[in-house]
Structure formats: C-alpha cells, structure tokens
Design a protein around this ligand. Structure first.
Ligand SMILES: Nc1ncnc2c1ncn2[C@@H]1O[C@H](COP(=O)(O)OP(=O)(O)OP(=O)(O)O)[C@@H](O)[C@H]1O
Length: 370
C-alpha cells in the first residue's frame, strides 16, 4: 500500500480543460472519494492516477516514487470499472487469474491466490461458472477479486455500484468497505452519489467543473461546506443569497437579496473570517433539520411563513414553507409532540445562529431555488 501525491496536475483535451490544477495528498490505507456531478473531471483524475492518461502538467507520486510517465501495468494499481470490463465467456476463475497469468506466475501460485481472492469476495462456490451466467452483484464481486488478486498497492474504483439496484448497492457498499479494511489498501472511489461518499469515506474531494472545491472528512464537508455548491451538492440545504448591510464589532446584518424587508443577523462573527468573505457574493446556508418551526414569533432571525406542502415520512415531517418570495425546506423530527401541520397553516421559522453558514456564492442565484 502506498500514499499518493498529486502535485499541481491538470489535464486538457484540446480546448476542454477537464481538470484544472489539482493538489492532493492521499494517505496510506485511506479510503478517499472523488465526488461530483457528471463531467466534473473525477474519472479523468482517476485515469491519470491509473496511468491511462498522462497529465498535461504536474506530477504524480506513489510514496516517494514519481509515476507521472509510468505505464499502467507498472504502477501496481487494481482497477474496477463501472461496466466491470470482465471477459463474459471465460469462467470466474479465468477472469480472476488473468492478471496473474500476464505476470507469468506459476499455475500452483495462481490457483492459491485466485481461490483466496474468491473466498474473500464469497464467490468460491462459483469458480467454474461463466461470468455471463452471474447476477450483476456477483459480477461486481468478480471484478473486485480480479483487482485485488494482484495484491495492488492502490485500489481504484470508478462508480463501481452504479449498475446495481438499490438493495444490492447497500450490500456491496458494506462488502467493499470490509475488503478495503481487510487488505488495508489505499483506495480511491469515484462517485456522483453523496450518500455513498458520506457513508464510506475517510475523506472526500468535491469536484465541480474540473476544479476541486473542498477536501475534508464527511462531517467537515457536511457541517462546514466551503461554498454554496458544496453545501447544495452534499445533502439538502436552504440557500439564501444575501448582501451585508452592516458589520460592527462582530455583528453582521445580512439583507435577503430578493426580499428587501428581511435580514439575518450573526453575532460575534469571527473578524478574520469576515474580512476574507466580505468582498464576495454571499449566501447563507442552513440545513432543513436545523430550522425551527414555531407557532409564535420568536424575535431575531424568525420569519412568518405559510406551509405549502407537508409530507409525513415516518421519522420526520418534511415541510416546504413560503417565506416572502422564497420557499424553504424544513425537516421536523417526529417526536410525538409535533402539532399537526397542514398546507395553508401560518408558522414562524427560526434560523438558529449556530446553524447558519455564511458562504461564498459560486453558483448563480437562480440555481438556489428549490
Ligand atoms: N477522452 C476525452 N476526450 C475529450 N474530452 C474528454 C475526454 N474524457 C473526458 N473529457 C471531457 O472532460 C470533462 C471531464 O470528464 P470526466 O469523464 O473526467 O468527468 P466525470 O466527472 O468523471 O463525469 P462522469 O461521472 O459523467 O464520468 C468532460 O467535459 C468530458 O467531456
């Protein structure tokens, strides 16, 4: 297993800048995820690490070794592709043995290692089956065994679960994590699914339009997103575009851009942070579960609203509440004391200060609406 260092790598295809300058250090044994919408550059970055593409500039190191221009076969990485890329008319055994045969291992060594890998993915009973006769989940396991059998230093997984149904995806998530911990192998996982990213990763890099927006643990990214894109891509959030009206002695008043009568107030705001932020377009982000829905007005940062939609989901009541021209989403836990709320009810929505995040706005205001 090895650490990975990406030093200012970038990749262009003609005029398309697929990946802008990227700096990243992935630790030994870490489960690291590249997360982002389609076309944001995650697969291109993974392919540069695997050696299928060479970067236009910058360098890649595995441990202390510079591998920037090393061919894929010499990098000792195991890769699982979205479509598995198995040989359909070969048996499970032959598929998994393939990489070892290419490496000219003895047949007794191949037998031992393939059997061992198939046991680890719980497919030892299926060794002589043709791959085309296996289910999607079983094929996924063959692809994993094939990647792991060569004892790679690094495991690269490109959207490995996207062809599976929801139940199998859950099962394979646990399976992949178990294998990763068993082998202790440095792993990069590419996905556009935020639930997968949050639940599996030690750390996540969030990409948008070829630019890495933030690197952090799942908790850091969810609780302290770097900007409005990250806040809205990871989980649900309410984004209110705002303009500072006054900032004295740490107290900041922020006017809602689309509603001149409304403002949010933050007390004791960190001066250094404010001077970094104050010259940029800003939005306040607040998660649906952080909003308080009250029956009475409650002073500062509380607004009257009208319930437009109330959906009972069992564990919680999901509410869409119109405040002026904006629709906000609130999630109220079903703790049995919840008053029945219906469409048309007037409520008061409080934005608790400790849950508001003042963020640089990198998206257009119109993208903020539900
Ligand atoms: N071989 C290529 N030739 C030309 N352009 C490419 C090539 N590969 C990727 N691109 C472009 O580079 C950008 C990033 O693509 P990339 O496949 O890395 O995105 P992605 O985040 O992995 O998306 P997806 O989840 O859809 O695979 C896109 O604009 C894509 O069209």
């Amino acid at each position: 297993m090895s650490s990975i260092t990406l030093d200012a790598i970038a990749k262009s295809f003609g005029k398309v800048k697929a990946v802008h300058e990227l700096n990243l250090e992935i630790k030994k044994g870490e489960f690291f995820t590249f997360l982002g919408p389609s076309g944001c550059g995650k697969t291109t970055t993974l392919r540069m690490i695997a050696g299928f593409y060479y970067p236009t500039k910058g360098s890649i190191k595995f441990g202390e070794k510079d591998v920037t221009r090393v061919v894929p076969e010499k990098r000792n990485t195991g890769m699982v592709f979205q479509n598995y890329a198995l040989f359909p008319h070969m048996t499970v055994f032959e598929n998994v043995a393939f990489g070892l045969k290419v490496r000219k291992q003895s047949s007794s060594e191949i037998k031992r290692r393939v059997e061992d890998a198939l046991k680890k993915v719980r497919l030892d009973q299926y060794m002589m089956r043709q791959v085309s006769q296996l289910s999607g989940g079983q094929q996924q396991r063959v692809a994993l065994a094939r990647a792991l059998v060569i004892e790679p230093d690094i495991l690269l997984l490109d959207e490995p679960l996207s062809n599976l149904d929801a139940r199998l995806r859950d099962e394979m998530r646990t399976e992949i994590l178990r294998l990763q911990r068993d082998y202790g192998i440095t792993t990069i996982y590419v996905t556009h699914d935020q639930v997968e990213a949050l639940s599996m990763s030690d750390r996540i890099a969030v990409f948008n339009a070829g630019v890495c927006q933030q690197i952090g643990t799942p908790k850091e990214i969810y609780n302290n997103p770097a900007n409005d894109f990250v806040a809205s891509f990871i989980g649900e959030t309410n984004l209110i575009p705002v303009t500072p009206a006054a900032a004295d002695a740490g107290t900041i008043r922020l006017n809602w851009n689309e509603d001149s009568g409304k403002s949010l107030v933050l007390h004791n705001y960190h001066q250094g942070k404010w001077s970094e932020l104050s010259s940029q377009p800003l939005s306040v982000s607040i998660r649906p579960e952080a909003l308080e829905v009250l029956e009475q007005p409650a002073g500062e940062n509380t607004f009257e609203g009208k319930v437009e939609m109330a959906q009972f989901t069992g564990a919680a009541l999901q509410l869409f509440i119109r405040i002026g021209s904006r629709l906000v989403q609130a999630m109220v836990l079903n703790n049995l004391t919840l008053r029945e709320l219906e469409e048309g009810d007037i409520v008061y929505v409080r934005f608790p200060e400790q849950h508001m995040r003042l963020l640089p706005r990198v998206m257009g205001e119109e993208e903020h609406e539900e």
